[in-house]
Design a protein around this ligand. Sequence first.
Ligand SMILES: O=C(O)CNC(=O)[C@H](CS)NC(=O)CCC(=O)C(=O)O
Length: 277
Amino acid sequence: MKTALLQLCSGDDPQENLVQTKELIAEASSAGAEFVLTPEVTNCVSTSREHQQNVLSFEDQDLTLRALREQASELDLWVLIGSLALKAQDQDGRFANRSFLISPDGSICAKYDKIHMFDVCVSETETYKESAGYRPGRCAITCDTPFGCVGLTVCYDLRFPKLYRSLAKAGADFLTVPSAFSPVTGDAHWEALLRARAIETGCYVLAPAQTGEHSSSVGRPRQTYGHSMVVGPWGDVLADAGTDVGVVQVEINKTTVSNARKRIPSLTCETRFSGPK
Ligand SMILES: O=C(O)CNC(=O)[C@H](CS)NC(=O)CCC(=O)C(=O)O
């Protein structure tokens, strides 16, 4: 299965981002990809809630979702839209950070709302409060496909190993981690966390990421780490996109998953213990 990760530098205009995303998906498809994955917030990177309120849509009216579903069916592709920032039917007006798995007939096979919100203080000058703008999801989800079972996650979820173990235990062969990592935490933790999740679960980890300096018409500009990555079930880094916008391709298959798990059966062999008290 030829798989491609898109590394994007989305700005805060969904229409411009869509043009770039479609171009790179077409490029990946011409190069033979059958499964293409895009990063977190493919449609809009913005730090202004007011701007988001103006440009984001509800799922059933979203142009990015509609266009990428059409493109998936035109090009006969599986597409993971890493996430879209969407308006949500919610009392407090918060958005959803929602990932979609689209099949080659253009239908939505699975959707997942990011569970863990990035509410952190990276340094005195760099803080994030994602839960102020987004409403967290509450449900983990896997989706069966002809090439294997996909477990969906987003970005900061990566730091919560229990979620990945539960997805793998539910049958996932491939774990998706579309991201927009901060440069500081990316440099310190990104690769180690991705490799750890792959090794612990014996799954492929597919992590398309946002990169670079994101242009914005309003609000404070944002930077992200890049380094979209594919890690194999043995923990080997199969692709690292560096910091440029573009496409990276790798071959993935389920046999590698079962081979890794035969060698290290830690996913299925558990010893009960009590405490600590
Ligand atoms: O804000 C948006 O529009 C979309 N959401 C994001 O980009 C989120 C929240 S700011 N980013 C992360 O979760 C980075 C996690 C990270 O960098 C880490 O775990 O170290």
